[in-house]
Design a protein around this ligand. Structure first.
Ligand SMILES: [Fe+2]
Length: 524
């Protein structure tokens, strides 16, 4: 298959992607039919929404609720999106749950939050230094957006947002926003700090700026780079270096299903000139690809290991960070099951570390995926022990299945109701935006065309998956491998029940890391 799968470094430079879609990577008719069906539903939705009120401009936030005549409206977020606790909740169980980090020392110098700002939320006497020492301060820092060129008529902020973790007897919605600054250079008049005590209309604008920033980072850094394009080189490398019957290749095939074809479609539509990224996101095509490039420059494969990613933000341990963090809590359950599964699978084929070292195809795979003239993946080493092989496989299975689902499926829940998470702000609100009510918010939000475009694009991306984690198109032919897979499915079923129970007491349900809805691969 070496000849059919070739590296292409010119389509989205400097990324290495697959040249075209080789015959072997073309998805089956079921995939094509399901996508066509979804596409038809979305086209019908857009058609009805336009026909219903073709000439009227939006004159209320509620008008955005009418853009779902065929598709179901995301009612949970429509009803709750203005609440501060739901704003905080989206940091730990939203569509971008990978931005929040623990503040361990001082806050950034250009975000001059004071003890008084904190005390207004956390109670008299609260200080930033004590709150940080008690692991109660959390920060969103959108530095990656600083200086990104904006699309025509659009504005893309690079804000800070500070959160405080309060004790509550139930503990499940204890994170609260304290302060937001829309841009990075502190200035009391032109770039003030907003708080929940600001005029309600001003606070609403400040939160909206965070939501816009969050969506742009989500799509370009976490979704397109961290899932789609960071994983594609592994699928290409698999075809080029591992024999079809190589056991590691057989396992990976299950988790790379449709990835190459899906990414190819994304390159030809999503990130094409005049495509949705260009038309709707804050940075248009040029700025958005720069966000992707910045994310890639600091991303490593070793750092993408789920526990390590959590640790890098200081949130891995519930005792020293956020006690209830659905993305982390559900994710770690699934991660453990995946780790046990690939460990069992590796043990079937490798008696000891020496067998791993003695596998030239495995070495060729990791070498080529990492190479400058190969997949250009940073932080990937040739596995020399069984545990290093387990670590590599666990990350690949986790990113292609659960992580992508947590990032992808949530787009429908949080991003299709445009006032919750617009892809761009459509007027430059700086300096010092002051809201005076709904009219000001409406002036910032995307209009009807851009909103329908956002809804149609994200509803398509968040289509229901066609497969289910651990349930493969074909059982393993090797009974030893199949019995490891059967144990994996049993452990996933137990996790389904644990998460169902956890959801009973959560602020909003968090379903996207429940194994029964997680697909095996990035098939959307
Ligand atoms: Fe996706």
């Amino acid at each position: 298959m070496r000849r059919a799968f070739r590296w292409d470094v010119t389509s989205v430079p400097p990324l290495a992607v697959c040249a075209g879609v080789p015959h072997e990577a073309v998805p089956g008719p079921r995939f094509v039919a399901a996508r066509a069906r979804r596409g038809a539903e979305i086209a019908a939705n857009a058609g009805h929404a336009v026909l219903d009120d073709v000439s009227r401009p939006f004159d209320s936030i509620r008008d955005y609720e009418r853009l779902f005549p065929v598709l179901g409206a995301p009612t949970a977020i429509i009803q709750s999106h203005t609440r501060d606790d739901v704003f905080a909740w989206q940091r730990i169980a939203g569509t971008n749950p990978m931005m929040i980090r623990r503040v361990d020392g001082a806050l950034p110098e250009d975000f001059p939050v004071t003890d008084a700002h904190l005390a207004a939320i956390a109670g008299t006497g609260a200080t930033l230094s004590r709150a940080a020492a008690e692991h109660r301060l959390y920060l969103l820092d959108y530095e990656i957006l600083d200086g990104i060129p904006h699309g025509a008529q659009r504005y893309l902020p690079a804000p800070y947002a500070l959160f405080h973790l309060a004790d509550t007897h139930t503990g499940h919605h204890a994170l609260r926003p304290v302060a937001i600054q829309i841009e990075r250079r502190a200035h009391p008049r032109e770039n003030p700090i907003y708080t929940p005590g600001s005029a309600p209309a001003d606070w609403a604008v400040a939160k909206l700026m965070v939501q816009v920033a969050d969506m742009n980072v989500h799509e370009m850094a976490l979704h397109l780079w961290g899932c789609h394009f960071a994983m594609e080189p592994f699928a290409v490398g698999r075809a080029r270096t591992l024999a079809p019957e190589h056991p590691i290749g057989i396992l990976l095939d299950n988790h790379f299903d449709a990835l190459i074809a899906n990414n190819d479609l994304g390159r030809r539509t999503l990130i094409a000139e005049g495509g949705p990224v260009d038309r709707y996101l804050g940075g248009a095509l040029e700025g958005s690809l720069e966000i992707l490039g910045r994310a890639r420059a600091t991303w490593t494969f070793s750092g993408a290991s789920f526990p390590r990613e959590l640790a890098s933000r200081g949130v891995a341990d519930p005792d020293t960070s956020i006690p209830n963090y659905p993305f982390r809590d559900d994710g770690l359950r699934v991660w453990s099951a995946i780790e046990a599964y690939v460990r069992g699978y590796v043990a079937v084929y490798y008696d000891g570390d020496a067998n791993v070292v003695a596998d030239p195809e495995l070495a060729a795979f990791a070498t080529e995926v990492a190479a400058e003239d190969g997949g250009r993946i940073a932080g990937l080493e040739v596995p020399r022990t069984r545990e290093e092989l387990v670590a590599m496989l666990a990350t690949l299975v986790f990113v292609n299945g659960p992580l992508h689902n947590a990032i992808n499926a949530t787009q429908g829940d949080f991003m299709t109701f445009v006032p919750n998470m617009p892809a761009a702000v459509w007027r430059n609100p700086m300096p010092a935006p002051r809201g005076s009510g709904e009219r000001d918010l409406l002036a910032l939000l995307p209009g009807k065309d851009a909103s329908l475009g956002q809804i149609s694009t994200l509803s398509f991306l968040a289509s229901k998956p066609l497969a289910r984690l651990g349930y493969y198109r074909q059982p393993y032919r090797d009974p030893a491998a199949e019995s490891v897979a059967a144990r994996f499915r049993a452990s996933l079923a137990a996790i389904d029940k644990q998460i169902d129970r956890a959801n009973e007491t959560r602020l909003l349900r968090y379903d996207d890391l429940t194994p029964r809805v997680i697909p095996n691969s990035i098939d959307m």
